[in-house]
Design a protein around this ligand. Structure first.
Ligand code: 5GP
Length: 107
């Protein structure tokens, strides 16, 4: 069996994470090194290495991640926000477990 990703270890509570949301498909935690007043990572429980590994069967999951991020933006009073996915090292990906960044600026 391959080694767990950092985010799998956080999801499994092996290392600490500041959880702000979770459901059967994903979790959301505060980024440890925030780049905006609100910086949350929305992470699927399914450990895809990146968006490039997603298949048509993951469509519902991917849509769900977007809607969870949108809901968290609302919850944090952010009308202005950016949703970002880095894929691959050159694009800035450092954790190889798919995640969506919510970067938000409260109104
Ligand atoms: P990436 O660069 O792969 O798109 O994003 C990885 C993100 O994970 C970075 O913004 C980084 O600050 C965050 N990160 C790395 N290690 C940890 C950790 O142990 N806990 C939390 N909450 N975030 C982390």
């Amino acid at each position: 069996m391959s080694e767990k990703t950092l985010f799998e270890r956080i999801i499994d509570r092996e290392i600490p994470g500041d959880f702000v949301y979770e459901d059967e498909l994903c979790v959301a935690i505060k980024d440890i090194n925030p780049k905006a007043p609100v910086h949350v990572l929305v992470i699927p429980r399914k450990a895809l290495r990146g968006i490039s590994e997603a298949e048509p069967e993951d469509s519902t999951l991917l849509g769900h991640l977007l809607l969870v991020a949108q809901g968290l933006a609302k919850q944090n009073a952010c009308k202005d926000y950016r949703l970002q996915i880095n894929n691959g090292e050159k694009a800035g990906q450092t954790v190889f477990h798919l995640h969506l960044h919510l970067l938000g600026w409260p109104s």
